[in-house]
Design a protein around this ligand. Structure first.
Ligand SMILES: [Zn+2]
Length: 261
């Protein structure tokens, strides 16, 4: 019996996944249709070229892993225009715009909702981080890959080899955990679309419902910010705690209402 139990235990460990859904997706909020159209925004041509290329690669990685089209994003950027709609863009004023610490945060994904549906998303890249801006060690690609996972409702994974791990670990490829999470999220999205699912959150609300947003952060491996604790998770939690305290103190005026980590 013992070897069998051990085998079963090992099998379970190897085959179990740990991906998580964001709290708003868990609460029944979803994209009303796929693919989700979006646009890259940049301030100049070369920056737009880099951004568009990396976004296209990241989109392909997720879509290939799921076997379905998830996003419809042009292979070029809107240069010089004001961002609108579903947007992937840089912020040169990251702290003021997002409420996150620009020295510890690479990007924030914000998901808005109307009723039971996600109505808009924004991936806001920290333009004050030069390493990110120059895609040093491919971290811009890794960050975009990570943030796109948040767009479809994936929260952070506890596995450090996962792209959806809370801090940047240099993972250029989706892990099995990422893939399983994406398949589950997209399947659940399509199931909700087919049955016309309505979230409890949306019931009793007026036609023009409020916006619900969610932010997330990532850190550069080997370059943890100074702060309490030793690991990025601890620091991450500290950032979120500080942010939540600020929300309580000043009311919900800033973007993120639910913070994923
Ligand atoms: Zn994240």
């Amino acid at each position: 019996m013992k070897p069998l139990i051990l085998w079963a235990f090992l099998g379970l460990s190897i085959n179990s996944f740990a991906f998580n859904f964001t709290s708003d997706f868990q609460a029944g909020i979803y994209w009303s249709e796929l693919p989700v159209s979006a646009q890259n925004f940049a301030t100049n041509q070369s920056e737009g070229q880099v951004l568009s290329t990396l976004v296209s690669q990241a989109v392909s990685a997720w879509e290939d892993s799921v076997g379905k089209e998830i996003w419809n994003i042009p292979g070029s950027a809107d240069v010089g225009g004001s961002p609108f709609g579903n947007a992937i863009r840089w912020s040169n004023n990251f702290a003021a715009e997002t409420g996150f610490n620009p020295s510890t945060t690479l990007a924030v994904t914000v998901r808005y909702r109307t009723g039971t549906y996600f109505s808009r998303f924004e991936i806001i890249l920290n333009g004050e981080n030069t390493a990110l801006r120059n895609n040093l060690s491919n971290i811009l690609y890794q960050t975009i890959l990570h943030e796109l996972g948040h767009v479809i409702g994936l929260d952070h994974s506890p596995f450090s080899n996962a792209v959806m791990y809370a801090s940047l670990q240099g993972n250029n490829q989706l892990s099995n955990d990422d893939t399983s999470g994406a398949v589950a999220a997209i399947n659940e999205t399509q199931r909700r679309q087919e049955v016309g699912f309505v979230s409890e959150l949306a019931k009793g609300e007026g036609e023009a419902a409020n916006a619900l947003a969610c932010g997330s952060v990532a850190f550069i491996k080997g370059n943890p910010p100074s702060g309490p604790g030793n690991g990025p998770i601890t620091v991450l939690f500290g950032v979120i705690l500080a942010f939540l305290l600020r929300l309580i103190a000043f009311g919900r005026k800033k973007l993120p209402i639910q913070v994923a980590f």
